[in-house]
Design a binder for this molecule. Structure first.
Ligand code: SF4
Length: 235
């Protein structure tokens, strides 16, 4: 599996480039809250909500003093605002009770498994959110698995698993060294642009030769063939 992932990673880098890391966004608690905001919405909307929140309330202690309704108003571009406001306040409260302060810096010294266990012990924090903290904040070599990454890993033949958390467990030891960030980020781009849930654009997909999906869609190929034919006609 590692060999396949490495080849896919190389092909995706060739196509999309090496994704940049957001250097301003690396504090573990910031990434944890940012990831909760990013659930079921676009990157743009969740980033806007996160920035709005940090601009109005730069300290997490200030956020903790808000009511769920007040917090919901500040993060409204993220969608599902009542659910997310409650989840954020619950996590902040629990961290304060467990650690005495709103700071997660101590997790930097823990092992990957200890961090996963610790973060998923909070209400509303699942494996995907915890693995985003491991990857984006702590720069550990992980590939968080959401529904899009899960779909692609299954289609290419990496695993057979309908559940993203199970897929994460199956692939976590097979991510090639130092490739977790590019692999994860470029898989998300692939899922948006080519390997869509319906009608994937297999004809133009940059990893088509590496993919074992039995139901590849080549409907767009007809379009390319037709265009090629028109070009030939003009020569
Ligand atoms: S070839 Fe098709 S199914 Fe396979 S990864 Fe590319 S778009 Fe997805």
């Amino acid at each position: 599996m590692k060999k396949l992932f490495s080849k896919i990673n190389d092909a995706l880098i060739k196509h999309f480039g090496v994704p940049e890391r957001n250097q301003e966004y690396s504090d573990p608690l910031d990434v944890l809250i940012g990831t909760i905001l990013s659930q079921n919405t676009t990157d743009r909307n969740s980033w806007q909500a996160y920035q709005n929140l940090k601009e109005k309330f730069p300290e997490w202690e200030q956020v903790l003093s808000l009511t769920p309704q007040e917090l919901a108003q500040v993060i409204k571009s993220a969608g599902l605002i009542n659910q997310k406001a409650n989840a954020i306040l619950d996590v902040l409260k629990e961290i304060k009770i467990k650690n005495g302060e709103l700071n997660l810096d101590f997790i930097k010294d823990l092992s990957d498994d200890e961090i996963l266990d610790y973060l998923t012990s909070f209400k509303g924090v699942g494996v995907k959110t915890a693995s985003c903290v491991l990857l984006f904040s702590l720069k550990r070599n992980f590939c968080p698995v959401d529904t899009h990454v899960n779909r692609i890993i299954n289609r290419v033949g990496g695993v057979k698993s309908a559940a993203p958390d199970k897929t994460f467990a199956l692939i976590r030891k097979h991510i090639p060294e130092n490739q977790g960030h590019s692999f994860h980020t470029n898989l998300l781009l692939l899922g948006r642009q080519y390997c869509r849930p319906q009608k994937p654009d297999c004809a133009a997909c940059p990893i088509e030769k590496l993919c074992k999906y039995k139901e590849k869609e080549f409907t767009n190929l007809n379009k390319y063939k037709f265009n090629d034919f028109l070009l030939l006609e003009k020569l």
